[in-house]
Design a protein around this ligand. Structure first.
Ligand code: ADP
Length: 713
């Protein structure tokens, strides 16, 4: 028990240790999962935010850049107007150009008929005086501008003066008197890149963006070439496209550190991790506190359990001592009577009447003694789960009548009244009549014992309503108006060895086993037992039990009884071969059989029985009564040897086991060894007679069933 408690405790502790670890670990895991989730969401929303900002900046600075280029184009437009207003002539070019000159313009040029004639500033730009229409590199795009009346932008190209430039060529047309428009030439500016975009580039750099500005190579070619960029490869940039003249421009922008704001994520991770770790630590602390509290509770609980176990052990020990004390008293009383009466018989041997009177008293005391021993045996059988049930069809009405008869004299002796009432629909049922008899004998004998002289006892039987067509349910009530019981005692009345008062003090004999046996038998039959009682008022026991409905056998029974009557004493004239090693038992058996008109030959052990049987002629013996526990050869071995022998009746002669033990194994052993039936010692002639009748009529003994088992033996 202690070991069990200990191992259960150890298991609990292991579980607790696990619990204290796995709960914080679980919290940590959940925290990390949540953190990762938040991080993923924050990352994606951060990315979206950075991207929208980049898109906004791309739009803004692309517009700035567009405006910057338009400022260059505007210069060509101004000169176009001058050319048109002066009808193809241009005076004071240098003066006007000087005024219009800004630092991002490399040069302003005039190209009548496509040939560059004027360049401002001239210094360093002389090489630019070329025929644009026929120039190898510039011809195609210049012709396109001329023929399509569109401003073209060529470049970027390297400037001789250093840096990069874009040439903006604006075709100019003059309107003739007849309304026709004739190509006059080009007004041109060479824009310096990146100078023209200086502000936008600065802002983009200041805002930590990488960028790349590209333009289409030519109006007829959709390929882009870089105009200017921060020199970094663009990864998934935001773009903004715009159109100028016949050129497509595209500005690509991306943040310097890519699209993820790692710093923010690091901060988020740092804080999040700190919170998760703090939370885990907090949970761990709580679990430890809880464990300490639980351990304290467990110790208190364990102490309580130990205290209870100690009290139970003390009570059990007191109950056992009480039981032994009562038992020795209860056994001694009838034993004293037997011993006393035996000496009186010796003394009054000549007085036949006295001898008979003493013998009767010895009989009563012996029966009482046997009752006590049977109770103890029954209890040990029940506790070992070895009770045997013998199922037979019987009449409930006969059963009630038998009980009535059984208690008739006891009731009369105490001047009590026994009222029996019944209300049943099914009279014939299948069950163990003897065990039922034992149950109600116990209840009724207690009712008689614990009810004063002149008291009233009732035995009521009623059949309850059920839906079953196979089983009938009966309610049995045993009611008395005797001494009753206290509420405390009522709760433990069905425990073994408990009695309300010592049998020594109240002079009522008993073992305290009857009620325990009764409850166990009722429950083994699938029923229930309950008690209502009040001290000084009386008690009422209720037994509810279901029994299988059987065929009405009233007529068959009457016929059987008639046959039994006609058969008369079945033992009369029978010859038995008996194995019995105990001299006294052998003598009693011989004498008892003799009184029934039967003869017997006694053998002291199995070997002698075997020899006697083998030497016998058919008809010498009708049956063999076999003791089991014997020296030299036991009853089982002797039976097996007899069944195997070459004697004519080896297989046929009935063999009945006689043993002091009536446990199921004993019966099984006997049957397995080849015996026909089993009677328990001390042998009662009526039981022996019934067994022999049953063997003779059916060739076998009544079937027995093991308690708590569906197995028939
Ligand atoms: P016992 O052999 O002592 O009668 P039981 O197990 O039959 O043992 O009964 C246990 C105890 O229950 C009895 O000693 C008695 O105190 C109490 N008891 C049983 N039946 C009754 C009853 N009908 N009225 C009062 N007390 C009873």
């Amino acid at each position: 028990m202690w070991k069990k408690i200990k191992s259960a405790q150890e298991q609990k502790n292991t579980f607790r240790i696990k619990k204290e670890l796995w709960i914080p670990v679980f919290v940590l895991m959940i925290g990390l999962v949540v953190l990762v989730n938040i991080d993923i969401r924050a990352d994606s929303s951060q990315r979206d935010l950075i991207r929208s900002r980049a898109e906004l900046n791309a739009v803004t600075y692309a517009d700035h850049m567009k405006a910057d280029i338009v400022r260059g184009i505007d210069i060509t437009n101004t000169f176009e107007q001058i050319v048109i207003s002066e009808n193809g002539k241009i005076s004071m070019f240098s003066k006007v150009a000087e005024n219009m000159m800004v630092d991002y313009i490399q040069s302003i040029q005039i190209a009548p008929d496509g040939v560059v004639t004027e360049i401002y500033p001239e210094d360093g730009n002389e090489a630019g005086k070329i025929d644009l229409i026929y120039d190898k590199e510039r011809g195609k795009i210049s012709c396109y501008a001329r023929d399509n009346d569109v401003i073209t932008m060529q470049g970027p190209f390297s400037l001789k003066q250093g840096g990069t430039g874009i040439a903006v060529r604006n075709p100019v047309y003059l309107e003739q008197k007849n309304g026709e428009r004739t190509f006059w030439g080009f007004t041109i500016v060479i824009i310096r890149v990146p100078d023209i975009f200086a502000d936008s580039i600065k802002s983009l750099t200041d805002f930590s963006y990488e960028y790349k500005l590209s333009k289409s190579i030519a109006p007829w070619d959709g390929t882009y070439e870089e105009v200017y960029g921060s020199g970094v490869e663009m990864i998934d940039p935001v773009t903004y496209t715009f159109e100028l003249g016949d050129s497509q421009w595209i500005l690509e922008v991306m943040p310097e550190n890519g699209w993820n704001s790692n710093e923010k994520l690091y901060r988020l991770w740092g804080c999040g991790l700190l919170i998760v770790l703090l939370l885990t630590g907090f949970v761990f602390m709580i679990m430890l506190l809880h464990r300490t509290q639980e351990s304290e509770n467990t110790v208190v609980e364990l102490n309580k359990k130990l205290q209870k176990a100690l009290e139970q052990a003390k009570t059990a020990s007191v109950e056992k001592s009480n039981f032994l004390f009562n038992m020795s008293h209860d056994i001694r009383t009838p034993m004293n009577a037997v011993i006393g009466m035996t000496s009186l018989i010796r003394h009054d041997a000549g007085n036949k009447d006295k001898v008979i009177e003493y013998a009767d008293k010895i009989d009563v005391s012996s029966q009482h003694l046997l009752g006590i021993i049977n109770d103890i045996l029954d209890m040990s059988k029940i506790e070992a789960g070895k009770t045997i049930f013998k199922y037979d069809d019987f009449s409930i009405l006969n059963f009630i009548q038998k009980i009535n008869n059984l208690f008739h004299s006891q009731i009369d002796e105490k001047k009590q009244t026994l009222t029996t009432k019944k209300n049943i629909r099914h009279e014939w049922v299948n069950g163990d009549q003897l065990r039922l008899m034992q149950i109600f004998s116990n209840l009724l004998s207690n009712a008689v014992k614990y009810t004063q002289e002149g008291g009233e006892i009732q035995f009521l039987v009623e059949e309850c309503e059920t839906n079953s067509s196979v089983h009938a349910k009966y309610r049995f009530l045993v009611r008395d108006n005797g001494i009753g019981m206290s509420a405390d005692f009522k709760d433990k009345i069905f425990d073994a060895f408990t009695r309300a008062e010592s049998s020594v003090t109240n002079k009522i004999q008993g073992t305290g086993l009857g009620m325990a046996i009764t409850r166990n038998l009722v429950e083994a039959m699938g029923g229930t037992i309950d008690v209502e009682s009040e001290l000084g008022q009386g008690s009422c026991f209720e037994v509810l039990i279901e029994l299988r409905i059987a065929e009405d056998r009233t007529v068959a029974l009457a016929a059987q009884e008639k046959t039994d009557e006609q058969d008369g004493n079945i033992l009369q004239g029978m010859r038995f071969l008996c194995a019995e090693d105990n001299e006294l038992n052998a003598e009693i058996l011989t004498e008892l059989l003799k009184t029934e008109g039967a003869e017997c030959t006694i053998c002291e052990n199995g070997e002698e029985v075997l020899k006697a049987f083998e030497q016998s002629a058919p008809g010498d013996y009708d049956m063999i009564l076999m003791d089991v526990q014997m020296p030299v050869m036991n009853g089982y071995e002797a039976t097996k040897a007899i069944r195997k022998s070459s004697h004519e009746l080896a297989k046929k002669i009935p063999i009945i086991a006689m043993t002091a033990n009536a446990f199921s194994e004993d019966i099984q052993h006997s049957l397995a060894a080849g015996m026909n039936a089993h009677v328990s010692k001390p042998v009662e002639m009526k039981v022996l007679e019934k067994t022999i009748r049953s063997i003779k009529s059916s060739g076998e003994a009544p079937k027995c069933r093991l308690l708590n088992s569906d197995k028939w033996i």
